[in-house]
Design a protein around this ligand. Sequence first.
Ligand code: HEC
Length: 128
Amino acid sequence: MKMWTKSAIIGGFCLVLTGCRTATISPRTTTTVSDTAAVAAGHDLYQEVCAYCHGNNGQGGTRFGAPRLWGPNNAIISGAYNTLGPLTAYIKRAMPSQAVNGINPGGLTEVQSREVAQFILWKNHTLK
Ligand code: HEC
């Protein structure tokens, strides 16, 4: 994907949902997400594979009792997966919990799992 396309995705996305803040995680999670390309890729993967259960806006509850992943009182911020390593590992091991759009549980690659994790952490610090 060309650079301008990624920028367009990030730009359009943050325009709609976050008001275009930078993709930086606060010290609270000990993780810095500065890779906007990874966040953009994670956004696309989220919509394709995760939104089915966790909702287009991470609100959760769309299917199978999937928890809220960002926004007020979400499962990530206070849970065991609020840093990049553990969140990536959890997604790789356990998500999607059932096959969605041809992706089986554990079917994302390590890199894809990390990209989605970066996207989720990014959302947690830009949408409050
Ligand atoms: C088929 C429905 C479904 C899909 C698709 C799905 N999830 Fe989930 N997810 C769940 C359910 C249900 C839980 C609760 C599981 C539990 O508590 O054991 C969950 C839990 C989680 C959690 C744990 C939150 C916490 O801190 O307790 C994370 C993180 C997560 N999902 C991320 C993802 C990501 C990222 C994707 C896409 C790659 C995804 N999920 C796709 C149903 C789904």
